[in-house]
Design a protein around this ligand. Structure first.
Ligand code: ZN
Length: 489
């Protein structure tokens, strides 16, 4: 199968023509969430980025096996293998079973991903369901001389790995520098070197999620699951591994080391990383008060938000930037994205109704080529969208009679817009939500009538209360001589 898709490989640090190992099959692995709290804005970007890649590969005719894991055990609070398991901590604070926490936040994550119109992965393996495979992998690493056992825990031996292979090749870190800069952290005394990482941790007696193993009752290290599950479902060597840039080190660096040490060869052929989202120029963090969950974003219920933003507006906003650029989230940027998205949807509606003429005033075939050239250039969606907006200008000119389109070009244009906007970008018309808007209108009308009835019987207490409560909900009533009108603040 032929394609001209170039993708930026974080390992070689250059764009490479994408050639799958076994066409038409493509293996795609993406690091999924650790399900210990609500999905947030930071989850939107990698999942939309790799959904776009998944959709585009399928458009090109590939049969893609898309594996995205769920981390439900072993992700500790800090990267130095110390601290509490994130899920156990939530379970302790909320008085729940750890698997109740996992189920709850996994459900939220799935609901939010559906709202963002991302396609479901082909396989969604969970770390806790692959304990035996992870133990077998550890045994292989011990056998190969790249792991050691201390007090029932097993650690990866980075120094011995680095003698044969190159630890740090993905993140560009050099072991000597890591050695010089690494702090002595509490609880690190079991490790031969501070940058060694846990493959298996012996569990403290009060620990809830633990399994028997040849080394101790314990649990797997966080990095291990991705090596094990990607190889299990995609083969020892597979095409693409994706994730957020924040995972390059240590998570993906450790994955490369584990897989190479176990198999004697590299597993991943193309590493792809999306850049991060900042909020008003700042990193998103709970401590900065700018941590926004997706539910808050979609409802507008957060102090930094001026209004609610629909899931597809958020999707469009993210696709407006190239996935390797940073994106700064602000109310102004989101409102601009909302307008852009609406202009696109209106253009599609207009396109459906255009009447063809004998000839065209626009190079429709050229537009199609330019759009696909942009996508083939490492998924350059901002450039592709700028061409689509050129197309929208032309559509509007045809609609107002100042330009013409032939029937063949009209058909091409309709097909092109549907393919790019709905199939590949994964946008959708949210006019279904207009039903909700109509319902809101009807409900407010009922409340306004109740207030009028209260005033008519001179119950001004009740009428004032209704007005005040509506104002709290962002609805302002205006008494006019024709009756009462209302508007959203
Ligand atoms: Zn991972």
């Amino acid at each position: 199968m032929q394609n001209n898709l170039f993708i930026y490989n974080s390992l070689s640090r250059q764009k490479e023509l994408f050639k799958p190992l076994h066409p038409p099959f493509v293996g795609l692995y993406v690091c999924g969430p650790t399900v210990y709290s609500d999905a947030h804005l930071g989850h939107a970007r990698p999942n939309i980025t790799f959904d776009l890649l998944y959709r585009y590969l399928m458009h090109l005719g590939y049969k893609v096996r898309y594996v995205r894991n769920i981390t439900d055990v072993g992700h500790l609070e800090n990267d130095a293998d110390e601290g509490e398991d994130k899920i156990e901590k939530t379970a302790r604070l909320e008085h729940l079973e750890p698997m109740e926490v996992v189920q709850h936040y996994m459900n939220t994550f799935h609901r939010n991903m559906d709202q963002l119109n991302t396609l479901k992965p082909s396989i969604e393996p969970r770390a806790s369901g692959h304990i035996i495979e992870q133990q077998e992998f550890i045994s292989q690493l011990i056998k190969n001389g790249y792991a050691y056992i201390v007090n029932g825990s097993v650690y990866f031996d980075v120094v011995s790995y680095n003698k044969k292979y190159n630890y740090g090749k993905l993140s560009g870190r050099v072991l000597e520098e890591l050695q010089a800069s690494s702090r002595e952290l509490e609880g690190q005394e079991e490790k031969h070197s501070s940058f060694d990482f846990a493959l298996w941790k012996k569990a403290a007696p009060e620990h809830l999620m633990k399994w028997t193993s040849p080394w101790s009752e314990g649990f797997p290290g966080w990095h291990l699951e991705c090596s094990v599950m990607s190889i299990k479902y995609l083969g020892e060597v597979f095409d693409i591994h994706g994730g957020g840039m924040d995972l390059r080190f240590p998570h993906h660096e450790c994955e490369i080391a584990q897989s190479t040490a176990a198999l004697g060869k590299e597993s991943v052929r193309y590493w792809m990383h999306n850049n991060m989202i900042t909020i008003n120029g700042q990193k998103m963090a709970r401590s900065l008060g700018n941590f926004i969950t997706l539910d808050q974003l979609f409802s507008g219920n957060h102090p930094v938000l001026d209004q609610a933003y629909s899931p597809i507006t958020v999707r469009f906003f993210i696709l407006q930037a190239h996935y390797r650029s940073t994106v700064d989230f602000s109310n102004d940027a989101l409102k601009a994205a909302e307008k852009g998205y609406q202009r696109l949807m209106k253009g599609i509606e207009t396109l459906k109704k255009l009447k063809p003429s004998e000839s065209s005033d626009f190079d429709v075939a050229g537009l199609s080529d330019k759009c696909f050239d942009a996508l083939n250039d490492d998924l350059n969606t901002p450039v592709m969208l700028s061409y689509l907006f050129d197309g929208i200008k032309y559509i509007n000119s045809v609609a107002d009679g100042s330009e013409k389109i032939s029937s063949g070009d009209l058909e091409t244009m309709q097909k092109l817009f549907n393919t790019l906007i709905f199939d590949i970008l994964g946008l959708k018309d949210e006019s279904d939500s207009k039903v909700d808007e109509r319902l809101t209108d009807d409900l407010i009308k009922i409340i306004v009538d109740l207030r009028k009835a209260a005033r008519d019987r001179k119950d001004f207490g009740a009428s004032d209360m209704i007005r005040a409560e509506l104002k709290k909900a962002g609805i302002v009533l205006k008494d006019t001589k024709d009756g009462v009108s209302w508007e959203k603040e």
